[in-house]
Design a protein around this ligand. Structure first.
Ligand code: GLP
Length: 242
């Protein structure tokens, strides 16, 4: 793992955006793996800024998002589709039809998961997968468990994850109980992975992920088995690393 620590959020976001931009410059048709959450927001802001300056185009690129809540219509303000439109897609020249987010409102979720994996198989592999991390070590919505799924699947969200995400909803009980997420196998198929982490609240998860044993109880620790991972941390997130 290539681990870099930054003193400012701005520099961290810029470093993440630079990786995406250099990929698109060398490969305009790149397949981007995208994440939601507060961690990648700064990178998306920088990408929009660089697009506006004419430094990058997304017109030939495509994207696959990691996850989506079950039961929220795509146009719900807290859906991950809305998040992506709001923070990135509406501000750049990406072809909306080439942006993929699992449909957590599909009538047949098993079929939706299989179709998502088939699209990834046909159009992938993902060139660069952006990831955040949950404070319990989850990536996408792959929660710590005795075993992990390889492909895209429906997951029951743990109480701590629902609590952490309650800040975005009017009432805690509005947070969906389930999500559709790409599996660990799907995530690890990306050619390169960019893990972004900010804040001391994630320091223990970062330590477990990077220096702990590889275990399904910390899904992010599986990243240790990937040959090309870049980790961008702020000082808080790096606090417990040796
Ligand atoms: C969410 C998402 C993850 C994200 C994580 C951390 O639940 N499903 O993909 O990485 O939690 O979010 P944040 O960056 O806001 O702390």
């Amino acid at each position: 793992m290539n681990i870099l620590k930054f003193h400012s959020d701005e520099d961290l976001a810029q470093a993440g955006a630079n990786l995406v931009v250099s990929l698109l410059q060398s490969k305009p048709k790149a397949v981007l793996g995208l994440a939601t959450g507060s961690s990648p927001v700064g990178v998306y802001e920088k990408l929009v800024e660089m697009y506006r300056k004419g430094l990058v185009s997304f017109s030939k690129a495509s994207s696959f998002n990691l996850d989506e809540y079950v039961g929220l219509p795509a146009d719900h303000p807290q859906s991950y589709r809305s998040f992506m439109n709001q923070h990135l897609f509406s501000h750049i020249d990406i072809d909306m039809a080439a942006t993929h987010v699992p449909d957590g409102n599909a009538a047949d979720l098993a079929a939706e998961c299989a179709a998502y994996d088939q699209m990834l198989e046909d159009q992938g592999p993902v060139d660069l997968q952006i990831l955040g991390i949950g404070s319990n070590g989850h990536i996408g919505f792959n929660e710590p468990d005795a075993s992990l799924s390889g492909g895209t699947h429906v997951v029951d969200l743990l109480p701590g994850t629902r609590e952490a995400n309650a800040r975005f909803f009017d009432k805690p009980e509005d947070v969906p109980n389930q999500a559709v997420t790409m599996g660990i196998g799907g995530i690890l198929k990306a050619k390169q992975i960019l893990l972004l982490v900010r804040g001391e609240a994630k320091a223990e998860a970062v330590r477990q992920a990077i220096e702990g044993p590889i275990t399904t109880q910390c899904p992010a620790s599986l990243l240790q088995s990937h040959p090309n991972v870049v980790v961008l941390l702020d000082e808080g997130a790096a606090k417990w690393l040796k």
